[in-house]
Design a protein around this ligand. Structure first.
Ligand code: AGV
Ligand code: CA
Length: 309
């Protein structure tokens, strides 16, 4: 039987690329995709998600609309990127996407899909974790239907990437958007795997990778992915503007876990300034797993191979 997977993403360029990557994986059955309005505005992001289902002929996969808005908003210039994606040449002329308000609420879709699942489900989170936490607050017994949660979030032994008022820079954005839910998720004591900045810092989107991808642009998905990644190449050489394969790395963990190293961690979460959303090692904290390393060459190779499908 194929692995059952639910994905919740938040509409960033790498979230949408992660969705596309997931759609290339024949080894999994994707039960549904929910979108959190964090690193995106919800309407154009749902349109992007639907367009990616169209290009892979998987419109039957249900989408859910996140209705909860977190405590700490993402910068608007990041959130607006799906508008550009929807205008890319391979996406702009596809048959019209449904009205985003006809989709079920994300929390309801997660509850329904977990309830109906014939076995346990792996959950991939590439944005904040609020929708999953609310779903489990609504139906606590569904915890038993979860095989594993893989979450791109957190920063343990490296600085965070939040740079804003009332913050000391120790948190990663997905954990910071809704620090209360972050703490609740950890406290639920599910089999939770963090893919934190400690490891994603090693996989920037480089021009040499994009050049390899461009060399295979006769494959439509490689062409599309190359266009999407090109949007992330900013010219301002500060940490704030380097784009990483954050969510792509977490997504790859589902299919090539053997390329990763992990270790257990006792983790705690701050919910208040000046370090709201900080995930830190604490011997009195909750138990989770953290990804500590990846075989970088086989990771890049894996992505290039998947986008030939
Ligand atoms: O903190 C990483 C998370 C990932 O899920 N997101 C981007 C990825 O989707 C937030 C983020 C941090 N820096 C960013 C981000 C940037 N420069 N642009 C857009 N989003
Ligand atoms: Ca994301």
């Amino acid at each position: 039987m194929r692995k059952l997977v639910l994905m919740d993403h938040d509409g960033g360029v790498d979230d949408l690329l992660s969705q596309l990557l997931l759609l290339t994986m024949q080894e999994i059955e994707l039960l549904g995709i929910t979108v959190t309005p964090a690193d995106c505005f919800i309407e154009p992001a749902l349109e992007s998600s639907y367009k990616l289902l169209q290009v892979t002929q998987k419109e039957h996969i249900p989408l859910g609309r996140g209705e909860y808005y977190g405590i700490n908003a993402f910068p608007s210039e990041w959130r607006a990127r799906p508008e550009v994606i929807n205008a890319l040449p391979m996406l702009i002329n596809l048959p019209r996407a449904p009205d985003p308000y006809t989709y079920p609420a994300a929390v309801d879709l997660i509850v329904k899909k977990l309830m109906q699942a014939s076995g346990t489900v792996q959950i991939l989170l590439t944005g904040p974790c609020s929708n999953l936490v609310f779903a489990l607050e609504k139906q606590p017994e569904l915890k038993n239907k979860i095989a594993q949660v893989v979450w791109m979030a957190g920063a343990f032994d490296v600085p965070g990437n939040v740079q804003t008022y009332q913050h000391n820079g120790t948190a990663e954005w997905n954990a910071f958007w809704d620090p209360i839910s972050t703490q609740k998720l950890v406290a639920l004591q599910l089999p939770l795997v963090f893919v934190p900045l400690d490891v994603t810092n090693h996989v920037p989107v480089t021009k040499s990778f994009l050049s390899r991808l461009a060399a295979q642009l006769s494959y439509p998905l490689s062409h599309l992915a190359g266009q999407m990644w090109a949007m992330t190449i900013d010219t301002i050489p500060s940490y704030h503007y380097v784009y990483y394969m954050w969510d792509i790395l977490a997504t790859s963990f589902l299919l090539i876990p053997q390329a990763f190293t992990t270790k257990p961690v006792q983790v705690n979460v701050s919910t208040r300034p000046p370090n709201a959303g900080q995930t830190y090692v604490d011997e009195h904290g909750w138990t989770a797993t953290r990804v500590t390393g990846v075989d970088i060459a086989s990771f890049y190779e894996f992505i290039l191979t998947q986008f030939k499908k």
